[in-house]
Design a protein around this ligand. Structure first.
Ligand SMILES: O=C(O)[C@H](O)[C@@H](O)[C@H](O)[C@H](O)COP(=O)(O)O
Length: 276
C-alpha cells in the first residue's frame, strides 16, 4: 500500500466526473461493508458539484446504504440558508435530494441568517464534528473530496492567507476570501489530513500550473493543494487540460491514454485500478 500521491487523467471533465462517481460508489459500498459506516466530506466548486450530479445519475446510486453515510463539507460560503451559492444548496440539488439519506446524517455548516457570528459558526461545526467522533477526537473521514482553484486553494484555504498554515484550530472563520463571497467557513489542513482518502477533482488548463507546483514540491503555504494528503490515499482526478504540467512519473496508467504515454510501457500488473 502506498500513500504516494497519484494522478488519474481523463479526456474531459464530463468523463472525469463520471469516473469519480463510479469509483466513489464502488468504494462506498466496500467501506460500509467493512466499517459499517462512512463519513464523507463534500466540496463546493463546479467540478465537485458535477461529480455529485454524476453520482445522482449513476445506476449504482441506490446500491449504497445511505443510512450508513454521514455527509460533511470541507468549506461553506457565509450566505443565508438556501442561497443558491451555498455549497450545501448546490449539493442538495445535485445529489442529496435524490438519495435516501437520513436528514440527521447531513451535517451542513451554519448559515449567515442563523443569528450567529462567523466565529461562532466555526465553533458550532467543530462541536458537531466532535459529537460524531465515535470516541475519537474527530470522525475519521473515509473519503474527502476537494476542488482546487487556479491559485491552488482547497476548501477555503487560500495562498497568502493564514488559513493554510493554521495548526491550532480544526474549523476556521475566513473573512478575506479572494474567491467570493469573502466570508467563509473551512476545515483546516490538520483536520483534512485526518482523512483516509483525499480525492482532489480538477479540470481545465487554468488549474495546470497550480497542480504542477503542488506535485513538484511547493509549500502548502504557497499552494495549499500541496498540503492535501490522506492517511491512506491521495488521488488527483484531473482532465487532460489540467494535467499539462504534471510530472510524467506521477501520472498513473489509466484506461485513458494521452499522447504522451507510450502504451508499450504499461505493465498492468504494477497498477491496481482499485488502488484509491
Ligand atoms: O466553496 C468553494 O468555492 C469551494 O470549496 C472551492 O474550494 C472550490 O472547490 C474550488 O474553488 C474549485 O472550484 P471549481 O471546481 O469551480 O474550479
Amino acid at each position: 500500500m502506498t500513500t504516494d500521491r497519484r494522478v488519474l487523467v481523463h479526456p474531459d471533465r464530463s468523463t472525469l466526473a463520471g469516473a469519480v462517481a463510479a469509483r466513489f460508489l464502488t468504494k462506498l459500498v466496500d467501506l460500509i461493508e467493512d466499517e459499517g459506516r462512512a463519513h464523507v466530506v463534500l466540496t463546493g466548486g463546479s467540478v465537485g458539484i458535477e461529480v455529485l450530479e454524476a453520482i445522482a445519475h449513476s445506476p449504482g446510486r441506490d446500491s449504497v446504504a445511505w443510512s450508513a453515510v454521514h455527509l460533511w463539507w470541507g468549506d461553506e460560503r457565509w450566505l443565508p440558508r438556501g442561497d443558491a451559492d451555498r455549497n450545501e444548496t448546490q449539493a442538495r440539488h445535485a445529489l442529496i435530494d435524490h438519495i435516501a439519506i437520513p436528514p440527521h446524517n447531513v451535517h451542513a455548516f451554519p448559515a449567515s441568517d442563523d443569528g450567529i457570528e462567523l466565529e461562532q459558526a466555526a465553533e458550532r461545526y467543530e462541536e458537531a464534528l466532535r459529537a460524531h467522533a465515535d470516541g475519537a477526537e474527530f470522525p475519521t473521514f473515509a473519503i474527502t473530496f476537494l476542488g482546487v482553484g487556479p491559485d491552488g486553494h482547497i476548501a477555503s484555504l487560500f495562498p497568502d492567507r493564514e488559513g493554510p498554515t493554521i495548526e491550532r484550530a480544526s474549523v476556521i472563520a475566513v473573512h478575506d476570501s479572494p474567491k467570493p463571497p469573502p466570508g467563509r467557513l473551512s476545515l483546516t489542513l490538520p483536520l483534512l489530513r485526518r482523512s483516509e482518502r483525499i480525492w482532489l477533482v480538477l479540470a481545465g488548463a487554468d488549474k495546470a500550473p497550480a497542480l504542477g507546483l503542488a506535485l513538484a514540491g511547493a509549500s502548502f503555504a504557497d499552494v495549499p493543494a500541496a498540503g492535501a494528503k490522506g492517511t491512506k490515499r491521495t488521488v488527483f482526478f484531473v482532465d487532460e487540460d489540467a494535467s499539462a504540467e504534471v510530472p510524467e512519473a506521477l501520472i498513473a496508467p489509466t484506461s485513458y491514454w494521452t499522447g504522451a504515454m507510450d502504451q508499450s510501457d504499461w505493465q498492468p500488473e504494477t497498477w491496481r485500478p482499485t488502488d484509491t
